[in-house]
Write a protein that binds this ligand. Structure first.
Ligand code: SIN
Ligand code: CO
Length: 371
């Protein structure tokens, strides 16, 4: 199945020759794909408080950008041409979208961001731009003309509410229909214009900047580093200016700060917690009428459990990270937890994990698999 998705390439070859390196057009990547939801269902999602949505109107140098949630009347006012509605994290609210993401399992989950869907009327587009992330653009219903460019001039227009390239010079162009897919590595300029009313599914990846990682790590260190000692100056000399911070004081403070150290374990712990942390706008919905532990035990024992699509479960060996929290697994739990992390479902729940899973169930992180 992955071979079809990648146009006959094995995941190994795709990773070696294309991933993060060069674009790839795959005709009929998902055979018989006509999309996951109707434009009307998408409008309903864009009216929800808990769903991130945007509306982009315009063309050339004139753009308007609005954030959801929208009202019905906002959609009624729209013209017949040149607008796009975007809904982020479709995989959080639509099981079919989560299942589509599972096809991209040849990329580590820690790199995955979300599935975004766009609905555009004829001429609709978000303008020529580039992204800092890898993306697979899978065409649902309708047709979209994609132009791409490997240009190095990535200057963007001033005074527009979107990141639009000032000088877009297309090098290649394709018309994508249902089931066709275009893979783009970061920084390849692209411009997708709807030929007719069309929907595009973007499987997007995340790549934190060095600055974001460093900031996160410094915050993590704050809780894990404790250093002994206190500033001391038995050899203090009289200063001409009592208001001055002297060189000896600076030297001593530099030496104190230089004692901050970290191990590979700190890096692993930080990485697991950081990458498993859901985005700040993600909220879990605990079950309205949770079943008792005994009932959970019985039902989960029979049908197994599934991870809620908003949960992020990652691991490093037998150290597991879920939604920013870390724990160790015992030898007889590791294989089951790894299975849940890899495939987001687990048929047989080891007895020792049931209590932990019940807590996750009460928090809305995990569900009993349907029978
Ligand atoms: C779209 O679906 O209209 C935009 C996707 C993208 O260019 O990243
Ligand atoms: Co883009």
């Amino acid at each position: 199945m992955t071979q079809t998705l990648l146009g006959g390439l094995s995941p190994t070859r795709f990773l070696r020759d294309y991933w993060h390196k060069r674009p790839l057009l795959i005709r009929n990547a998902v055979p018989d794909f006509s999309g996951l939801l109707t434009p009307d269902a998408m409008r309903q999602l864009a009216m929800r408080e808990d769903v991130e949505s945007r509306l982009i109107q315009g063309e050339g140098r004139h753009w308007q950008f609005d954030h959801g949630p929208f009202r019905k009347s906002d959609f009624k006012r729209l013209p017949k041409h040149e607008w796009t509605l975007l809904v982020q994290s479709l995989n959080h609210v639509l099981p079919e979208a989560d299942a589509l993401l599972a096809r991209f399992n040849f990329i580590p989950h820690a790199r995955l961001d979300d599935l975004m869907v766009s609905y555009a009327v004829p001429g609709g587009s978000v303008g020529p731009h580039f992204d800092s992330y890898d993306v697979f653009l899978l065409q649902g219903q309708g047709h979209r003309r994609w132009q791409i460019s490997t240009q190095t001039d990535l200057t963007i227009l001033d005074d527009v509410p979107l990141r639009i390239l000032r000088h877009f010079k297309p090098e290649e162009e394709w018309l994508l229909g249902p089931g066709d897919m275009l893979y783009l590595p970061p920084h390849v300029a692209h411009y997708g214009i709807a030929e007719d009313a069309c929907m595009t599914y973007s499987i997007g990846f995340r790549a934190p900047t060095t600055h974001e990682l460093a900031q996160g790590f410094l915050m993590h260190l704050q809780d894990s580093v404790t250093l002994e000692g206190r500033y001391a100056d038995p050899d203090l000399r009289l200063q001409a200016h009592p208001g001055e911070i002297g060189r000896a004081m600076l030297r001593q403070i530099e030496a104190m700060i230089a004692r901050i150290q970290w191990s590979k374990r700190d890096i692993a712990e930080f990485t697991g917690c950081y990458l498993s942390e859901p985005k700040p706008n993600v909220f879990f919905d605990p079950p309205e009428a949770p079943v008792s532990f005994a009932a959970f035990n019985k039902r989960a024992g029979k049908t197994g459990v599934t991870l809620n699509p908003k949960s992020r479960l990652l691991f490093i060996g037998s150290r597991f990270f879920i939604n920013g929290e870390a724990f160790d697994s015992t030898a007889d739990e590791t294989a089951a937890l790894q299975q849940l992390a890899d495939h987001h479902q687990l048929a047989a729940v080891p007895a020792t994990l049931r209590e932990r899973f019940y807590e996750w169930y009460e928090a809305g992180w995990l569900e009993i698999a349907p029978s």
